[in-house]
Design a protein around this ligand. Structure first.
Ligand SMILES: Nc1ncnc2c1ncn2[C@@H]1O[C@H](COP(=O)(O)OP(=O)(O)OP(=O)(O)O)[C@@H](O)[C@H]1O
Ligand SMILES: [Mg+2]
Length: 386
């Protein structure tokens, strides 16, 4: 590993044999791609969970390269400042990735072409104003050579970067049979790392790019699903690097194994998150336990607990709907309970001015309980807690 050398490798699709596990995983993912998720989860609950998953995604991506923020730190910061304000450099790095994910969702559409401008914009958003993990020239390809720490591969000379990036976007945009789409997602992730077009931030950008390509190829992650591609890579950094390294050799086996690794990881994630489209699951396994926990920690009063439980059961509720669970309270007292919870940001009118309320759990103490419930249900990679 002491003296890595650059070696050109051709970028091309693989054509696995019929008995390859790559064929199996592609088929299973194709099935999920076609599946229309007609879930029972109300959109506002779905989007709040999605927000939390984006937090986890950004934290995971930042932590791969040594950001030491823990999930507990991030949750505290989100509760305190609504997740928007400054924080230190490490918190900023995470916020940048969240902003970049938002940009991906705005700018990428199913079937849209991938452009280099889009990729450079991802870089600009991900690294701007960072000290430790920033870049001298946000949004611009590197002008000098780079090395990848812990890797035997030497990326191409800076002068060759534009032509390799053009080749990569052409490869993505070139019309080919849809059965190759998923393979393209995996191959692009590796090729991008192999080119290493930026001086720093390549890992963060390539994980964002993977998210963008899943949208491009119709995985409906914008509104129907929550998918964290980073969960595939961040659980085990050694394995991520080892699989990338094997693909660097350009051998059929190395490349095929890389694709299997990426796509099996994505499949697992999709199977997990698709549970969240069922409201009964969310109610019983996430929200009710989260409220219980908040009550145990005395973050909410017994009355507030009752109100929130009933709102969760009904998906949204008016003051009169709460009579059953709070028979002793007068109309005014019930309205007062609701008003307090609105002030605490734990309830919100379902549209401005409505007297019907739904639960909010992303920017208040309930977030802690929700994160704990998600952890218990296996949605939070273990390493984030340390
Ligand atoms: N052998 C390899 N071949 C191709 N790509 C690689 C290889 N080893 C690492 N990479 C990619 O390079 C990234 C590291 O590059 P860089 O430091 O520029 O990115 P970063 O965002 O600052 O850090 P990190 O990706 O570690 O979070 C890895 O995350 C991975 O995506
Ligand atoms: Mg780096």
């Amino acid at each position: 590993m002491s003296n890595p050398k650059f070696e050109h490798v051709e970028l091309k699709l693989c054509n696995p044999t019929f008995d390859s596990p790559l064929v199996d995983v592609v088929n299973e993912l194709e099935h999920l791609r076609r599946l229309r998720l007609g879930g029972s989860t109300p959109p506002d609950v779905f989007f709040q969970l999605k927000h939390i998953f984006h937090m986890l995604e950004s934290l995971g991506s930042a932590r791969i390269e040594g950001n030491h923020t823990t999930l507990a730190d991030l949750v505290d910061a989100t509760i305190q400042d609504g997740g928007t304000a400054g924080g230190g450099d490490q918190m900023k790095e995470i916020t940048n990735i969240e902003l970049a994910m938002r940009y991906v969702e705005q700018a990428m559409e199913p079937g849209a072409p991938l452009t280099e401008t889009f990729i450079r914009e991802l870089h600009e958003i991900a690294v701007r104003t960072l000290e430790r993990e920033g870049d001298q020239t946000p949004g611009a390809y590197r002008e000098g050579s780079v090395r990848i720490v812990m890797s035997a591969h030497l990326p191409p000379e800076a002068v060759a970067v534009p032509q390799y990036m053009k080749e990569l976007t052409d490869f993505v945009n070139h019309a080919s049979a849809p059965k190759y789409d998923l393979m393209k997602v995996a191959l692009t992730h590796h090729r991008f790392g192999w080119i290493h077009p930026f001086s720093n931030g390549n890992g963060r950008v390539v994980r964002l790019l993977t998210y963008a390509l899943l949208i491009k190829y119709g995985f409906n992650v914008k509104d129907g699903r929550v998918l964290n591609p980073t969960a595939v890579f961040c659980n085990n950094r050694e394995r991520y690097y080892q699989m990338l390294g094997a693909a660097d050799t350009g051998t059929t086996k190395g490349i095929e194994n890389w694709c299997i690794y990426v796509l099996e990881g994505i499949l697992l994630e999709l199977q997990k998150v698709d549970r969240l489209t069922r409201y009964d699951y969310i109610e019983q396994k996430i929200l009710v336990p989260a409220l219980r926990l908040s009550r145990e920690r005395q973050l909410i009063t017994p009355d507030e607990h009752q109100v929130l439980l009933e709102v969760v059961r009904l998906k949204s509720a008016k003051s009169a709907d709460l009579k059953k669970v709070m028979p002793k309270l007068t109309d005014n007292q019930r309205t007062y309970q609701i008003k307090k919870l609105v002030e605490l940001n734990m309830l919100q009118a379902i549209y401005p001015g409505a007297r019907q309320y739904a639960i909010r759990f992303t920017h208040n103490y309930l977030l802690r309980g929700v994160i704990q419930a998600l952890t218990e249900e296996g949605f939070v990679p273990g390493f984030m807690e340390k």
